[in-house]
Design a protein around this ligand. Structure first.
Ligand SMILES: C[S@@+](CC[C@H](N)C(=O)[O-])C[C@H]1O[C@@H](n2cnc3c(N)ncnc32)[C@H](O)[C@@H]1O
Length: 360
C-alpha cells in the first residue's frame, strides 16, 4: 500500500479520534472496552501512541497510562485521584487535538499558498537555497541519502541533483499542495521522492543512514525547532553534513519584513524566539560539531508595497493566519502596512541564518 496515503489516512483518523476523546466523560473513560482487562482509557492510550513509537515505547506508554490512578508519585497536591485522572486524560486529549489542529492549519495554509509561493518567493529565495546546498557539497559527504525537511515545492532539488545525480534524495513536507508540486519537479529522477508528513521528527528508518540533511526556511515554522534539529542530526552518518537556513526573529531593521513584523506585533502576542539562542547547544548535544553559524544577507526587490503584502498573505507564511482570522483582520493589516510603506519599487536586504554542522 502507498506509504504516504497510509500516513494521510492515519492523520485523518487521529484528528477524528482526538475529537472523540475530547468529548468523553469521566465514567466513559472508566468503562470496560471490548478488550478484556482494558478500559476505554487503556485502549485510547494505546491508540494515541505516535506512528513513530517503538513497540517498547508503546508498551511503556500503555503501562504508564494504566498506572495513572494509583502511582502516587505524580499526584497533584490536594486533588482527588479520580478528578486528577480524568483531568489528565482530558488534558492529554486536548493537547493531542491542539497539536493535530495546528499541523492541519499550517498544512492547509501552505496548500493554498503553494502556487503563488512558487511564482513569488522561490525565485527571490534562490540565493539562500544555493548557499544551503553549497554548504553540503563543498566537501563530499559520506554515502547515503540526502534528506530535505520542509522542502515545499523543492527548489533545493536542482542544485542537489547536479551534485548528487545518483544518490537517493528525499523531500519531506507537511502540505499536500506543496508535495504535489515537489513531486512534479522530482518526476524526471527515479532516485528522488517526496514524502508528505511532519519533518520535525524524522522516521527512525533514516537514523544514522544519511549523508546530508538540507533544510531551507522551514525550521522557524516548526513548533519545537530544537527537537527538529536534533532529529535531523540523528539521521546522519558519522561525518554526515547538516545545512539549515531559517529566518530569525529579526531579519532586517528596515524593509517589508521588518514592517510586517511590526504591524503583526500590534495584533498578535509576541512569539518566543528564545530557541534561536539554544540551537547550537542542541546540535552539539545531539552529536554534531557546528562549523558555521552566520547571518547571510541577499538583496530582494518587489514591484511595490501592495504586491509584497498580497504575496505574504496569499502565497506566503501568513496564509494560514489570514484564513483563520478572516477578511476584516487582513484588511486592517493591509491598511496599517500600506500607510507606513514607501511608494514604488521596494528594495531590501534581509538576513537569514545559516548553520552548517557535521555529525561527529
Ligand atoms: C517557506 S516554505 C520553504 C520551502 C522550501 N524549502 C523553500 O526554500 O522554498 C516552508 C515549508 O515548510 C513546510 N512545513 C511547515 N511545517 C512543517 C512540518 N512540521 N513538517 C514538514 N514541513 C513543514 C510548509 O508546508 C512549507 O512548504
Amino acid at each position: 500500500m502507498d506509504r504516504d496515503k497510509t500516513f494521510s489516512w492515519l492523520k485523518a483518523e487521529r484528528l477524528s479520534l482526538a475529537d472523540f476523546l475530547d468529548d468523553l466523560g469521566a465514567h466513559e473513560w472508566e468503562t470496560d472496552s471490548l478488550c478484556p482487562g482494558w478500559t476505554v482509557h487503556d485502549v485510547a492510550a494505546h491508540l494515541t501512541m505516535s506512528t513513530r513509537s517503538t513497540l517498547l515505547g508503546t508498551i511503556g506508554g500503555v503501562i504508564r497510562a494504566r498506572r495513572l490512578p494509583g502511582d502516587g508519585a505524580g499526584e497533584w497536591a490536594g486533588c482527588p485521584v479520580g478528578v486528577r485522572r480524568s483531568a489528565d486524560r482530558r488534558q492529554a486529549g486536548r493537547a493531542m487535538k491542539d497539536h493535530a489542529e495546528r499541523f492541519a492549519r499550517v498544512a492547509r495554509g501552505w496548500d493554498e499558498a503553494a502556487e503563488g509561493y512558487d511564482a513569488c518567493f522561490v525565485p527571490r529565495f534562490a540565493p539562500w537555497v544555493e548557499a544551503a546546498v553549497e554548504a553540503v557539497t563543498t566537501s563530499e559527504p559520506p554515502e547515503g541519502p540526502v534528506l530535505v525537511p520542509c522542502c515545499g515545492t523543492f527548489p533545493e532539488l536542482d542544485a542537489l541533483i547536479e551534485h548528487f545525480p545518483l544518490r537517493e534524495i528525499v523531500g519531506i513536507d507537511l502540505s499536500e499542495g506543496m508535495v504535489r508540486r515537489a513531486r512534479e519537479r522530482a518526476a524526471p529522477w527515479p532516485n528522488v521522492s517526496v514524502v508528505e508528513g511532519d519533518a520535525s521528527t524524522l522516521d527512525p528508518r533514516w537514523s544514522g543512514r544519511c549523508g546530508a540533511v538540507v533544510s531551507v526556511f522551514g525550521l522557524q515554522q516548526l513548533p519545537e525547532p530544537e527537537l527538529a534539529v536534533r532529529s535531523w542530526v540523528t539521521a546522519l552518518r558519522p561525518a554526515g553534513r547538516l545545512s539549515v537556513v531559517f529566518w530569525p526573529d529579526v531579519t532586517e531593521l528596515d524593509g517589508p519584513f521588518a514592517l510586517m513584523k511590526d504591524v503583526l506585533g500590534r495584533h498578535l502576542p509576541p512569539g518566543d524566539g528564545s530557541w534561536e539562542e539554544r540551537l547550537t547547544a542542541a546540535l552539539t548535544a545531539a552529536g554534531a560539531a557546528v562549523e558555521r553559524d552566520e547571518r547571510v544577507p541577499y538583496p530582494m526587490s518587489h514591484v511595490d508595497a501592495p504586491t509584497v503584502f498580497d504575496a505574504y498573505v496569499r502565497s506566503g507564511p501568513l496564509r494560514a493566519l489570514a484564513t483563520a482570522r478572516g477578511e476584516v483582520f487582513v484588511d486592517r493589516l493591509r491598511e496599517e502596512f500600506l500607510s507606513r510603506a514607501p511608494a514604488g519599487e521596494w528594495h531590501h536586504r534581509p538576513h537569514a541564518r545559516l548553520i552548517v554542522a557535521c555529525r561527529r
